[in-house]
Design a binder for this molecule. Structure first.
Ligand SMILES: [Zn+2]
Length: 370
């Protein structure tokens, strides 16, 4: 029996050894997985907990007209956030923030009580309100100043300038075309905290300063634009038109002095429709379509036949080549066929007999076509 027992013991030892070996292998494998392959993921989670990052918005470049008038600039606004672990009087914080920021108490409570390193309560808060909240000196409430786009002349040249979204990005017009120059680079404030979320005094704040965007100088002239806008509004009313566009251009070099498309919209409130439409029954897509229609710059997006403006060129060419004389007569029947198109004169029934000069005075269509 003795040798057999010895074999039995050895078997047992080998079995235990194999078990231990496997356990060590599994643990090592797990450790390698955590430390090598997933280290980045866990590092990020830890950083999220230990580092508190707040961004400093870069000042967006101004848009300035030909005479130095600022057409688009920035206003200082505040972003208000709470740091859960630093709040000492949660009830007071909830009460003050919901009252001052005109927010629902439940919404504020949810954010204040959420266990996160930093929670944003409201952005684009007027500076006076931000200053008022700061005056309470509540622990755990952070007030950061940043910028909001501001258009001093409201709706002037709205479809040319365009506006920006909540992240300071251009949405239409020059704001989007020159976005990369205007935008600038946002900065950050990085604060190190311990596991409980308390800021480590020695670690200090790491600050990356923002870089302001470049200013944009355009050929548009504030005074000419304003004058053209008044003329367009007058025509809009007189003709009961849907829209009126005026483009003032320097013929020598193509510089645009004014580009008006009335009705314009308020650049400081671009998501409110400027038309009388009941939007209650509309889908999101239909509302978006109406906004797109309101933002549309007709001067550059729509085509329109040169029409009467081109008659002067036709008439000058005909006179210069001696094809017509001032006293030549013509009879306008009210329309003229060109290929398969029947082009009507603006006077139904026609102008009848008229001389070349009268034809031009009447702005008659069939005459220059002939
Ligand atoms: Zn005619």
């Amino acid at each position: 029996m003795y040798p057999k027992c010895k074999t039995y013991n050895r078997k047992k030892i080998i079995l235990i050894f194999i078990c231990c070996f496997l356990a060590v292998c599994i643990l090592t494998g797990r450790l390698v997985k955590l430390m090598v392959f997933e280290s980045e993921y866990y590092q990020e989670l830890a950083d999220d907990l230990h580092e508190r990052e707040r961004s400093i918005k870069a000042a967006r470049g101004k848009i300035i007209d030909a005479s130095g008038t600022v057409l688009a600039t920035n206003r200082t606004v505040c972003t208000i956030s709470v740091v859960h672990s630093q709040i000492k009087e949660p009830e007071k914080v909830i009460e003050v923030l919901s009252r001052e920021l005109e927010l629902d108490e439940e919404t504020v409570r949810k954010r204040v009580e959420k266990y996160s390193s930093i929670e944003r309560i409201k952005t684009n808060v007027e500076k006076e309100i931000g200053d008022r909240v700061r005056a309470y000196q509540l622990e755990g409430v952070k007030i950061d100043e940043d910028f909001k786009r501001y258009y001093p002349y409201g709706s002037l040249a709205s479809k040319v300038l365009g506006f920006t979204g909540s992240d300071n990005q251009g949405i239409i017009g020059l704001e989007v075309v020159y976005d990369e120059y205007l935008q600038g680079i946002n900065g950050t404030i990085l604060t190190q905290t311990d596991a409980r979320g308390v800021e480590i005094a020695d670690a200090g704040e790491e600050r990356v300063e923002p870089v302001a965007g470049s200013d944009l100088y355009i050929s548009l002239d504030y005074n000419i634009q304003l004058y053209a806008q008044q003329a367009a509004l007058k025509a809009l009313e007189q003709k009961q038109a849907t829209y009126v566009s005026i483009l003032v251009m320097n013929p020598q070099n193509g510089e645009i002095y004014a580009c008006v498309n009335v009705p314009e919209f308020d650049l400081n409130d671009p998501f409110t429709l400027n038309m009388d439409v009941d939007t209650s029954g509309l889908t999101e897509q239909q509302k978006q379509d109406l906004l797109n229609q309101m933002w549309r710059n007709q001067s550059i997006n729509d085509t329109y036949e040169p029409g009467s403006t081109f008659k002067t060129i036709t008439a000058a060419a005909a006179l210069e080549k001696g094809v017509v004389s001032l006293d030549d007569t013509f009879s306008c029947p009210g329309f003229r066929m060109v290929e398969d198109r029947r082009i009507r004169c603006h006077k139904a029934g026609g102008h009848g007999a008229e001389t070349f000069v009268q034809g031009i005075c009447n702005s008659c269509k069939p005459y220059p076509i002939k």
